[in-house]
Write a new protein. Structure first.
Length: 109
């Protein structure tokens, strides 16, 4: 393995690559695998690592665990809409019937 320096013609920045030569059996010729190491500082000639290859100074913390499903402990039925309306009409109707029967019994007396 060796280092290869390549300059980008558009930006003028020189990049450092780690080069690994291997033999391609299908094409019967040598090939190269390259990994980017970083940019080369033009003043000092030092290789500045790219973000991907920087070692982390602090270990990553595990993300907080997601809460699991919560079991249902109580059952509750709520009636709204047409069912609730009909229940209220029935109660009101029964109330009127009770009042009506009470009035008629008082009138008979």
């Amino acid at each position: 393995m060796g280092l290869v320096y390549q300059t980008n013609k558009q930006t003028g920045i020189t990049y450092a690559y780690e080069n690994e030569a291997y033999w391609d059996k299908d094409k019967k010729q040598s090939r190269a695998r390259r990994k980017l190491i970083g940019k080369v500082d033009p003043k000092t000639g030092e290789i500045i690592p790219t973000r991907r290859y920087k070692k982390r100074s602090e270990p990553m913390e595990a993300p907080p665990a997601k809460p699991g499903p919560v079991p249902i402990t109580t059952m509750k039925r709520c009636f709204y809409g047409a069912t609730y309306l009909f229940d209220q009409i029935e109660r009101h109707h029964l109330y009127l019937q009770l009042l009506g029967s009470a009035r008629t019994s008082k009138e008979r007396e």
